[in-house]
Design a protein around this ligand. Structure first.
Ligand SMILES: NC(=O)C1=CN([C@@H]2O[C@H](COP(=O)(O)OP(=O)(O)OC[C@H]3O[C@@H](n4cnc5c(N)ncnc54)[C@H](OP(=O)(O)O)[C@@H]3O)[C@@H](O)[C@H]2O)C=CC1
Ligand SMILES: N[C@@H](CC=O)C(=O)O
Ligand code: NA
Length: 370
């Protein structure tokens, strides 16, 4: 007997989405791709057959396929209705960073459409949305997997969930949670050797390498790390109301804080950032005078219900100071592991490694739906 078909909608074909499509094309028994969308265009497999499916290669190849129905941007509800009407179970992969789409996850889930995503917004916004997402999944008998929302493809959420589900008591989670900020400090203020790189030039490089959020200010203002800690804290059992409910240290120069959040605002920010290179050089020098390096870290003290995000100085021979590239390091202190934490370490940003977490989640969902 052949397995029942599973239908897939993918929204977002940027750095992560493009790498995800490449991985999807190589998956054995992959679900049938019937929706592929970016901000202003949508491709659909024609109804009522939902066939032929969209080739899972890249946007250009898919967009050039004549048999598909093409339109501008569709409302999330329209995509949910289309997927829910397919002759089998359906999965949505959200590869955007769009909060409006994330707010519609309950609409998809209630219709029985599972959600897989690296988009942090839905899981780190108001606690009410977190609760609605998981209640809607239960109602629709649908699944939600979001491993790449923390530590990109690194097994961070699966590890924490396993610790909690097996009855361990997580007391503290700490480390480096941003691939971008890790890369910036590892490059700008290395623990061994020296660097004369300017802060703004390294920020531009991190953007170019695909490590930053679509708006790099979301990394530099600490909000990306705060969102990740909110997600981890919630899985560890803390009811964190929102990612701005605890202090966050921002690295955005005060003079640039009020630039608009538009694409033009990003361009203005990037072009004016070099004016403020001396500010970060000062931070680096202050640490160096103490024989240390500066790094951007976060921590969750579960018992004290305290979440902290910001700069800290580290000895040059510490594990955090010695990180390379975009590496994250996440230490889980638990009752079972005692004084020696369970540590997850490796690349925490980049299209390929993030897409790996999304593809692995997709495989898990497909296995559970079949
Ligand atoms: N980059 C990384 O290292 C990591 C990223 N993530 C997360 O992965 C997600 C994607 O990141 P990344 O690929 O770097 O981002 P990009 O900016 O490269 O790509 C975003 C994609 O989403 C599309 N998009 C945006 N809004 C909408 C919308 N409303 N409807 C349809 N499509 C939309 C864009 O369309 P268009 O092509 O038309 O512009 C684009 O294709 C983000 O949530 C990010 O936080 C998580 C971990 C690591
Ligand atoms: N911009 C983020 C991407 C992964 O979540 C980061 O730099 O960590
Ligand atoms: Na992860």
């Amino acid at each position: 007997m052949s397995a029942s078909p599973i239908f897939l909608g993918v929204i977002g074909v940027g750095g992560v989405g493009t790498a995800f499509l490449q991985q999807l094309a190589r998956l054995p028994n992959a679900p049938q791709l019937v929706v592929l969308a970016r901000s202003s265009q949508t491709l659909l497999a024609p109804t009522p057959a939902y066939s032929p499916a969209i080739p899972a290669a890249d946007w250009a190849t898919a967009a050039a396929t004549p048999s598909l129905t093409k339109s501008g941007a569709l409302q999330a509800e329209e995509i949910a209705t289309y997927l829910a009407s397919a002759p089998g179970r359906a999965i949505l992969v959200d590869n955007t960073s769009d909060i409006s789409l994330a707010r519609q996850y309950p609409t998809f889930l209630k219709k029985g459409i599972s959600v897989v995503t690296p988009n942090k917004k839905g899981f780190s916004d108001d606690l009410s949305l977190w609760k609605d997402i998981f209640a809607s999944a239960a109602e629709g008998k649908a699944l939600v997997y979001h491993e790449s929302t923390v530590g990109a493809g690194l097994p961070v959420l699966s590890t924490l969930k396993d610790l909690v589900a097996t009855g361990d008591e997580v007391t503290r989670i700490e480390g480096v949670f941003s691939g971008t900020l890790s890369f910036l400090f590892n490059t700008f203020a290395p623990a061994s050797g020296s660097s004369d790189a300017q802060w703004s030039a390294v920020v531009a490089q991190a953007k170019e390498l695909g490590y930053t959020e679509p708006d790099p200010r979301d990394d530099l203002n600490g909000m990306d790390v705060a969102r990740k800690l909110t997600i981890l804290a919630r899985i560890a059992g803390l009811e964190v109301s929102s990612p701005d409910s605890f202090p966050i240290e921002s690295l955005i120069p005060a003079e640039l804080a009020s630039l608009p959040s538009s694409a033009d605002g990003i361009t203005q920010f990037m072009s004016r950032l070099p004016e403020f290179d001396a500010q970060m050089a000062n931070v680096k020098d202050t640490a160096e005078k103490q024989g240390k390096v500066v790094r951007y870290v976060g921590s969750i003290d579960v018992a004290a219900k305290a979440v902290k995000v910001g700069l800290q100085y580290f000895d040059k021979d510490s594990a955090i100071a010695g990180l390379k590239g975009s590496d994250n390091i996440i230490s889980f202190y638990t009752k079972r592991y005692g004084a020696n934490p369970l540590i997850v370490q490796g690349a925490g940003a980049g299209g390929d490694v993030t897409a790996m977490g999304v593809s692995a989640d997709l495989i898990k969902v497909v296995e559970r739906l079949r």
